[in-house]
Design a protein around this ligand. Structure first.
Ligand code: ADP
Ligand code: MG
Length: 690
C-alpha cells in the first residue's frame, strides 16, 4: 500500500498491478506512473443512457438497454454456447439479449426476474430488437441504473482496455501526484480557457459526459502541438543562426541570360519562384523551401535555375526522385536547360550497370560533373560529392525524414529545395510545414490547350468508350483508371475485371495494358515502359500511375467511379494528360445514383490545382490531404496535424511568440515546456530539415 498522494514512479507500486501486469504495461510503452497518466483513452463507451426497447437499433452502433428477464433459452452448438434472454424494460418494451461464447461466459447465469444492464449492437427482425451483448452488468433488485462513460484505451491481447481502465480508476490520486510538469505556460492555458492540468486528466480518464472529455483532450493535443511547434521554431532559429551554408550569389545578368537560353519566356510565377529561391541561396543560412506547383507548371525549369546558380558558384547539385522513370524524365528535361551554361549531369540509378555507375560516381567525386540526378540510389555509400551545395527533392512526401537527411548529409549545410506537384491548400501547408518556406507556381505556361473535362453517368459508359476509340484511332493513347484491383471491394469497379471486359468485348482489336499495385515493380515498370514507347494504346490501371509521369501522346483520361476520389486526387489524375499541344480530355464517370454531379462539376470548370485543393478542403475536410501532408511533417501522438489543424495553428502562433521572447526557454513558466521537449522523441524527428 502506498500513502495517498505519494508519487509512485514505478507502475508495479500501483494497486492492482503485479509484476506480470507491470511487464504488460511496459510492453505498451507505459514505463511509469506519469506515462500511465499520459496514456489517454482514444474513445469512450457511453453507458449512461439506456435506450427504450422501442427505439433500439436506430443508430447502427452499440446501444445500451436495461430490463428484467422474462425468459431464458440456452443451447450448445458445436462447442459454442448460445444464450438468448427475453427482457422487458421499465417502459414495458421487449427485446432479446444474445450471447454467443464458450466456457460458461453467460451460460447458466441468468434466471427469470433478474435485472440486467446490457450493451451491444442491435439488429431488428420481425420479432423485435436483438442485442448482441458485448458488455453486461447484473443490477440489484431495486438498484437504480447509473451508467458511466467508460474510457477505452489502446490495449494488447493480454492486457485488455478494461484492465487498464480499472488500474487507472483505482489509482487516479496517486497517478495525479506523479504527473509531469504542465507543458502549457499558465497564462496560455488561461487564455485558451483550459481547465487545470489535474482537472483535465480527471476529465479524460473519468469524464461524466463526452463534451467534458473532448475539451480536456484538446488541452493535451494543444500541449503536444505546442511542443512540436516550439521544437520546429527552435530548429529554424538554429538553422538561421548557424550561417554555415555557402552564399551563392547570382551575377546581375543571370536571370536575363537564363531566360535568353530558353525558347520561350518565363511565366510570372516561374520568375517569382526563381527570385525567391535565388534570394534564399544567396544567404549563408541554408535554404529550406517547398516549391508547389501543378503538373506542367514548369517546376523543372525553376529547379534548373537553382542548379545553374549553384554551378555558377562552383557548387554541385543533386536531384532525387522517387522512381527511376521520374528520375529519367528529370534528367531528360534538365540536360538541355543546363547545356547552355556548360553544366554536365550524371544519372545514378539502381538499375544502372556497374561500369556506368563507377564512371558517374567518379565524375561526381572529382567535381567533373556538376549535377547528379537519381533515385534512392543517390543515398548509397560511395556516392559522394566534391562540394554539394544544393539538394533538390522531388515529390518530397514520398521520402522519409531520414532519407532526406541522408542526402543532405552528403554536403555541408546544402541549400534544400523540396518540390511537389500535389497542391496542398496554402493555409494548410503554411501551418503544417513549420520549418519550410513556401513558393508557389500557380500559373501554367501559355499556349496550353486546357484539358476539357466532363462528368458522365455510368449508364452512358459505352458512349465514353466510343469516344476513347475515336481518340485512339487518331493516333493517341488513353488511360482508364478504376479504384479497386479485384471485384468484391464493395461496389467499386475492379481494374482486373474491367480490363478483361475491355479486351474481350469493347476493344478486342486494340493493345491494352493492365497495371495495378499487386504487380511486381519489374512488371509495373515493363508495362509503363511499353506505354511510354507507344506500344500500348490504352493503360487500364488503379491510381498507381506515378504523379508526374509524362506521356505526351496520352490525351484521354477516363476515371471510373470518380465519386470515390477527392477532387484534389482527381485533379492529379487528370494531370497525366494535356502534356502536349494536342487537345486532351478527362472523363469522370460516376454511378447514376451517386448524387455527385455537383462536386465533380467543379473539375469541369477549373484546372487551377490550388483552387481545387481549397474547395476539397471545404467540402471533404483536411483529412483529404493526410497522405501528402503527414508523411512530410511532424509526428504527433495524440493530435492529428490535419484533422486538428486549427488547434495546431493556434499552437504554432503561441510557439512563435514563446521562442521569440524566451529562446532558451529559461523562464520559470516555460520549464514544463522545456521538459516536454526534452522527453518527447517525436519532437526530435519532426521537421523536414532534420
Ligand atoms: P512540371 O515539372 O511542373 O510538371 P515541367 O517543368 O515538366 O513541369 O514543364 C512542363 C512543360 O512545359 C515542359 O515541356 C516545359 O518545357 C514547358 N514549359 C515550362 N515553362 C514554360 C514556359 N514558361 N513557357 C512555355 N513552356 C514552358
Ligand atoms: Mg516535373
Amino acid at each position: 500500500m502506498i500513502a495517498a498522494n505519494a508519487a509512485p514512479e514505478n507502475v508495479a507500486q500501483l494497486r492492482g498491478v503485479g509484476p506480470k501486469t507491470a511487464a504488460l504495461l511496459t510492453e505498451l510503452g507505459i514505463d511509469g506512473a506519469a506515462a500511465l497518466l499520459d496514456y489517454l483513452p482514444f474513445r469512450y463507451d457511453d453507458l449512461r443512457f439506456p435506450t427504450p426497447a422501442a427505439r433500439l437499433g436506430e443508430t447502427g452502433g452499440e446501444e445500451n438497454a436495461v430490463g428484467r428477464i422474462t425468459g431464458v433459452k440456452e443451447r450448445r452448438v458445436r462447442g459454442l454456447e448460445i444464450v438468448e434472454v427475453r427482457m422487458v424494460d421499465d417502459a414495458g418494451g421487449t427485446f432479446v439479449a444474445k450471447w454467443i461464447g464458450r466456457n460458461r461466459y453467460a451460460y447458466g447465469r441468468f434466471r427469470d426476474g433478474m435485472r440486467l444492464f446490457v450493451r451491444g449492437r442491435v439488429e431488428r427482425n420481425l420479432t423485435g430488437p436483438i442485442l448482441s451483448v458485448s458488455h453486461y452488468e447484473q443490477l440489484g433488485e431495486n438498484e437504480p441504473y447509473r451508467g458511466e462513460m467508460v474510457p477505452v484505451y489502446r490495449a494488447s491481447k493480454d492486457l485488455p482496455s478494461r484492465k487498464i481502465a480499472a488500474i487507472v480508476k483505482k489509482n487516479l490520486p496517486e497517478l495525479l501526484a506523479a504527473a509531469r510538469a504542465d507543458a502549457l505556460p499558465p497564462a496560455l492555458a488561461a487564455a485558451r480557457e483550459y481547465q487545470s492540468l489535474e482537472d483535465s486528466y480527471r476529465a479524460v480518464h473519468a469524464p461524466r459526459a463526452p463534451e467534458e472529455a473532448g475539451r480536456a483532450r484538446e488541452r493535451f493535443v494543444f500541449a503536444e502541438f505546442l511542443a512540436l511547434a516550439t521544437a520546429a521554431q527552435l530548429r529554424r532559429r538554429e538553422r538561421e543562426r548557424d550561417h554555415d551554408a555557402r552564399a551563392l550569389r547570382p551575377q546581375p545578368d543571370l536571370l536575363a541570360r537564363f531566360e535568353g537560353s530558353l525558347p520561350f519566356a518565363l511565366t510570372g510565377a516561374q520568375r517569382r519562384a526563381i527570385l525567391e529561391l535565388w534570394h534564399d541561396m544567396s544567404r549563408e543560412i541554408p535554404m529550406n523551401r517547398l516549391l508547389q506547383g501543378d503538373v506542367g507548371s514548369g517546376k523543372t525549369l525553376v529547379a534548373a535555375a537553382a542548379i545553374v546558380l549553384a554551378a555558377g558558384n562552383g557548387m554541385q547539385s543533386a536531384l532525387m526522385a522517387p522512381t527511376e522513370l521520374l528520375a529519367w524524365q528529370h534528367a531528360g528535361k534538365l540536360a538541355p536547360l543546363l547545356v547552355p551554361f556548360g553544366v554536365t549531369l550524371e544519372a545514378i540509378l539502381g538499375s544502372q550497370g556497374a561500369r556506368s555507375r563507377t564512371a558517374a560516381v567518379e565524375k561526381l567525386a572529382s567535381g567533373e560533373a556538376s549535377v547528379a540526378v537519381g533515385t534512392h540510389a543517390l543515398l548509397t555509400q560511395g556516392v559522394d560529392f566534391e562540394r554539394l551545395g544544393l539538394v533538390v527533392i522531388d515529390e518530397q512526401h514520398r521520402f522519409g525524414v531520414e532519407q532526406r537527411a541522408r542526402l543532405r548529409a552528403k554536403g555541408i549545410s546544402p541549400h534544400t529545395l523540396h518540390m511537389t506537384a500535389t497542391p496542398i491548400p496554402r493555409t494548410l501547408a503554411q501551418s503544417v510545414y513549420a520549418d519550410l518556406d513556401l513558393s508557389v507556381v500557380d500559373e501554367l505556361p501559355p499556349g496550353r490547350t486546357p484539358i476539357e473535362t466532363f462528368a458522365v453517368r455510368t449508364s452512358r459508359l459505352s458512349r465514353v468508350y466510343e469516344f476513347v476509340r475515336k481518340n485512339v484511332a487518331a493516333g493517341h493513347q488513353a488511360y482508364i483508371v478504376a479504384p479497386a484491383i479485384d471485384e468484391g471491394d464493395g461496389m467499386l469497379t475492379s481494374v482486373v475485371a474491367e480490363a478483361e471486359r475491355l479486351r474481350g468485348e469493347v476493344f478486342p482489336d486494340l493493345r491494352l495494358g493492365l497495371l495495378h499495385g499487386r504487380l511486381s515493380p519489374r512488371e509495373k515498370e515493363e508495362i509503363m515502359d511499353r506505354f511510354v514507347r507507344g506500344e500500348l494504346d490504352m493503360l487500364v490501371s488503379t491510381t498507381v500511375v506515378e504523379v508526374g509521369v509524362d506521356v505526351p501522346n496520352a490525351t484521354t483520361m477516363v476515371v471510373l467511379d470518380a465519386h470515390h476520389y477527392g477532387l484534389a486526387q482527381l485533379h492529379q489524375l487528370r494531370g497525366r494528360v494535356g502534356r502536349a499541344a494536342a487537345k486532351s480530355y478527362c472523363v469522370l464517370v460516376y454511378p447514376d445514383d451517386a448524387g455527385e454531379r455537383e462536386r465533380l462539376e467543379i473539375l469541369t470548370q477549373t484546372t487551377d490545382g490550388f483552387k481545387i485543393a481549397d474547395e476539397d478542403l471545404r467540402l471533404r475536410g483536411p483529412g483529404q490531404f493526410a497522405g501528402t501532408v503527414q508523411s512530410g511533417a511532424a509526428e504527433a501522438r495524440l493530435g492529428d496535424l490535419v484533422q486538428d489543424v486549427d488547434v495546431y495553428r493556434a499552437a504554432k502562433l503561441a510557439a512563435e511568440r514563446i521562442v521569440k521572447d524566451d529562446p532558451a526557454l529559461t523562464r520559470p513558466e516555460h520549464a514544463g515546456l522545456r521538459a516536454a521537449l526534452e522527453s518527447t522523441p517525436s519532437t526530435r524527428a519532426l521537421v523536414l530539415s532534420s
